[in-house]
Ligand binder design. Structure first.
Ligand code: KG4
Ligand code: ZN
Length: 374
């Protein structure tokens, strides 16, 4: 239950394939966080199908918001504001959550806050640290790494009338695939199911990460840009060159078709060479992400690194960041697994500083598929 002095924000998120709503008190206490995942719907296509995503958001938005309110023990009139994701994301998906939030705010005569989804990912980390009573020291470098994004920001905040105003500067980003997208595409090539990350992460632990050498992506220009399409193609070449690796694929495909997609079931159908390939792929992706992020932190002279987004759930990524962070005397913060992937608690939390600064939207608020954060 919320105490009467706390400000309650309802967050709504529908930018990709999760319909989510949450109630967060004072930007730090999660009273509820409901996420309806569409993964089962998109699985057979090996990726998110935009038209299906919008349709599922339409189906889910009302019950998901209702459940978030019920679980929080909050009634609509108790809310102090409504924060909605306005971009970036799939336009048809964004429109569902944003329009619902807008109409709700108008009908209830509550303030409406438009939140950038990427700012939400930054606040997923800040929210949990705040809740744990250990505020993150800013400025920081933040890596947002998911199926849709791989991007580095410099994050700072300044006090304005007792509230914090956050500002962001883009340091670099992927020039082709997002890291999660590379996981998903490689998983598809190897018949490991969708999404690829959650299955390849535990499988990689059984392989030799030094078995296959992948060349560092050669890029001119910004040293903080990423590229993952080369490594994805390199995996494809490994596969094409090896009849033995290829010969395992039909059995895994069959297993997936039967719905047997557990780590153990798929591991039993992977040879040591396949596990080595998976481990080497993961090593290369993780090294790329960690090295560039730490170089950015050094250049920006910050002591704090934030890592957020679906791929932040990756065990190897966490371990590598933590060890490297310790060596360099950096604090590295991750969200819990639940807040790593898309959710609405992070949208409500990102809306809270804007609520205090009274940065509200009117009925002209629109969704933007390519909305930049900076
Ligand atoms: O943030 P998210 O739920 O959705 C967006 O893309 O915005 O991230 C999903 C992505 C997928 O590409 C999935 O393969 C990846 O995150 N992912 C992982 C892991 N868990 C999820 N990648 C690597 N290791 C993981 N443990
Ligand atoms: Zn996201």
């Amino acid at each position: 239950m919320a105490s009467s002095k706390e400000n309650l924000i309802l967050g709504i998120e529908s930018s990709c394939d999760e319909t989510a709503a949450a109630v967060v008190a004072d930007g730090r206490r999660i009273l509820s966080s409901i996420v309806a995942s569409q993964v089962e719907i998109h699985r057979k296509y090996g990726g998110v199908v935009p038209e299906l995503a919008s349709r599922e958001h339409l189906r889910g938005i009302v019950p998901v918001v209702r459940e978030a309110l019920e679980q929080a023990g909050v009634k609509l009139p108790d809310l102090d504001a409504i924060a909605v994701t306005r971009g970036p994301g799939l336009i048809g998906s964004l429109l569902v959550g944003m329009t619902y939030g807008k109409v709700l705010a108008m009908a209830l005569d509550k303030p409406l806050i438009g939140v950038n989804h990427l700012e939400g990912h930054v606040h997923a980390v800040l929210l949990e640290s705040r809740a744990a009573g250990r505020d993150v020291a800013l400025p920081a470098v933040c890596l947002i790494v998911s199926g849709g994004h791989t991007i580095l920001y410099h994050v700072k905040s300044e006090g304005v009338n007792g509230a914090a105003r956050f500002s962001y500067r883009r340091l670099g980003g992927t020039r082709d695939d997002a890291a999660g997208e590379a996981y998903d595409k490689v998983a598809r090539m190897l018949a490991l199911g969708y999404p690829g990350g959650p299955i390849m992460d535990p499988l990689a632990a059984h392989g030799n990460a030094k078995a296959v050498k992948f060349a560092e992506p050669k890029m001119k220009g910004n040293p903080f840009d990423f590229s993952f399409s080369g490594i994805k193609t390199a995996v494809l070449y490994q596969l094409k060159r090896s009849p033995a690796l290829q010969s395992e694929i039909p059995a895994r495909q069959q297993s997936l078709t039967k719905g047997e997609r557990s780590v153990d079931a798929l591991k039993a159908l992977c040879s040591a060479a396949t596990l080595d390939l998976i481990a080497s792929f993961q090593r290369s992706v993780v090294d790329n992400l960690v090295n560039r992020t730490l170089e950015a932190a050094a250049q920006e002279n910050v002591r704090t690194v934030l890592v957020s987004g679906g791929v932040a759930a990756n065990g190897e990524l966490r371990r590598t960041f933590e060890e490297a962070g310790k060596r360099r005397g950096l604090e590295v913060h991750f969200p819990s697994r639940a807040l790593s992937t898309d959710n609405a608690a992070m949208i409500a939390a990102a809306g809270y500083p804007r609520f205090l600064l009274r940065e509200f939207e009117d009925s002209m608020l629109n969704a933007e598929a390519n909305l930049p954060l900076a």
